[in-house]
Ligand binder design. Structure first.
Ligand code: ADP
Ligand code: ADP
Length: 232
């Protein structure tokens, strides 16, 4: 089954002289349980593609599906609900709420959706991400790597159709980055989680099953089973 797909997607910002074509007829299918990295130079359309796939940005032409649901043309309210229930996000800047504990940050999206965390699943996620002894800490009491692992747990605990990670290791030293990447890798392998990650880092991309390279708004090449050598 396909977790998300873009079908002949164009994204144009602005109009007239100021017009920028960010995506040129991009088609891509993300299989459920796959870990895909998106790479490419600055300005090549990586963030735009991710935002379109996640239903955060509308497309100019073409369409996007998340699971079986066609996102393109959806009303705002339905789209908000779909994103809340089916999509998880991990950001470069962690984006945790400073007044909440790690545990409260992790369960917040579920609370907002009116869902109760399943205790057994919550415990599995916490143990997989190695945060058992940090649950009562606030973000300022945690290292960058720990904060990003909280953000990873927050994304995974709702079991979304797709997790989108935007430069998840961009603010981390290599050891903390490796812990975050191992967690993402493990959640793919053990739980069949689908993940899409934008990254500049060939080592980060080497954890993925597939790397898509963008240039000037188009997919220019793809690599399966990458290693750090082949990504470079
Ligand atoms: P990347 O993530 O690969 O750096 P982006 O998707 O951010 O690339 O940007 C692709 C192109 O679209 C760039 O030329 C960028 O300047 C342009 N762009 C991105 N967002 C906007 C926007 N909101 N308004 C106008 N142009 C934008
Ligand atoms: P463990 O499950 O024992 O914690 P690791 O954290 O070392 O194992 O790795 C988790 C997953 O990430 C494994 O599937 C491993 O093959 C993969 N992995 C570890 N290091 C790299 C790397 N440098 N490049 C690509 N994949 C890696």
């Amino acid at each position: 089954p396909v977790a998300a797909r873009a079908n002949q997607v164009w994204k144009v910002y602005g109009s007239g002289e100021a017009q920028v074509v960010a995506l040129r007829e991009v088609s891509v299918e993300l299989q459920r349980g796959a870990f895909t990295a998106i790479m490419g130079p600055s300005g090549s359309g990586k963030s735009t593609l991710m935002h379109c796939l996640a239903g955060l940005d509308s497309v100019t032409r073409g369409d996007v599906h998340i699971g079986q649901t066609k996102v393109t043309g959806m009303k705002d309210k339905a789209l908000t609900k779909l994103r809340r229930d089916q999509v998880g996000f991990i950001f470069q800047q962690f984006n945790l709420l400073p007044t909440l504990t790690a545990e409260e940050n992790i369960t917040l999206p579920l609370s907002i959706a009116g869902r109760k965390p399943d205790k057994a699943w919550f415990d599995t996620v916490i143990d997989t991400v190695g945060l058992r002894d940090r649950l009562k800490h606030r973000p300022t009491q945690l290292s960058g790597g720990q904060q990003q692992r909280v953000a990873c747990a927050r994304a995974l605990v709702a079991r979304p159709e797709v997790i989108f990670a935007d430069e998840p290791t961009g603010n981390l030293d290599s050891k903390s980055g490796a812990e975050v990447l191992s967690f993402l890798r493990n959640s793919v392998r053990e739980f069949g989680q689908t993940i899409v990650m934008v990254t500049h880092d060939p080592v980060a991309a080497s954890y993925a099953d597939r790397v898509i390279f963008l240039a000037d708004g188009s997919i220019v090449s793809e690599l399966y089973e990458p290693t750090a050598d082949t990504v470079l």
